[in-house]
Design a protein around this ligand. Sequence first.
Ligand code: BT5
Length: 286
Amino acid sequence: MTPSDAPDSRWSDLDRPPLNAAALRHALVRPGALWTSLEVVQETGSTNSDLAARAASLPEGAVLVAEEQTAGRGRLDRSWTAPSRSGLFFSVLLKPGPGVPMERWGWLPLLTGVAAATGLSRAGGVDTALKWPNDLLVTVDGEERKAGGILAERAGEDAVVVGIGLNVSLRADELPVPAAGSLALAGAVSTDRDTLLRAVLRSLEQWYVDWREAGGDPAASRLQETYTAGCATLGRSVRAELPGDRSLTGEAVAVDGDGRLVLATEEGVREPVAAGDIVHLRPAAS
Ligand code: BT5
């Protein structure tokens, strides 16, 4: 092996420079801003777990970023894996407060998806689509691939920790599962992680503050329509794998006011799905 392709050589890191925590802090953490602190750690198990453990003692707006996670988590005890510095792995602490009724907190993962997609298209020059509820898709060689995932978890009475994992420079031979993709593989114009993280956090701040000011109303904050416009699941024939080993097949026709995916089944019934995994059965019409 030559030094440049030896995975553990220091030369291999030239393609994957570390994040610049001081510059990120300078750009994002200011008086009056949502973001109140930003910490970058070299390695941890899971940024969601770390932030959840500190949720009671930290103010809203804490951001924790890891260069590498050794026990990154997805939903339902699944894992999120990616090589060191190959992407962005971070969590934010949000405390929507009494102005947002708790039944609307379910919009937070969807809001985060909209914010990430908007930020990435602006800063990365890459088009991402949302797969309900929480995946960010990119197109690689004409195929939809998962380049990002979102995990929102309650932390005590008043807080939610939202974690984002995003594949930035992952190469084809590094993909953890065949359905994965990365911004680089999708032809992003920028794969600079500082730039991308700044853009995603700025966008998240804007969407979250507007949504909170609207009392969490997904229509008034235009969240519902923006999610709908960016959602690759809508208009598709899908299978919803539901809790308890049940499944439901139909056409995804809407995302309702509670953030649920509404399926029109063959029996002509409209069934809202609140939680579950969605399998896209047919490719998008376009
Ligand atoms: C998710 O779960 O997609 C949410 C992932 C959230 C990860 C972030 S990283 C920062 C923060 N700290 C954490 O510990 N977690 C959050 P889910 O929809 O359950 O999808 C998990 C599935 O995605 C796995 O079972 C794999 O099939 C697949 N997967 C794992 N790693 C992947 C990757 N790097 N790229 C694409 N797919 C991946």
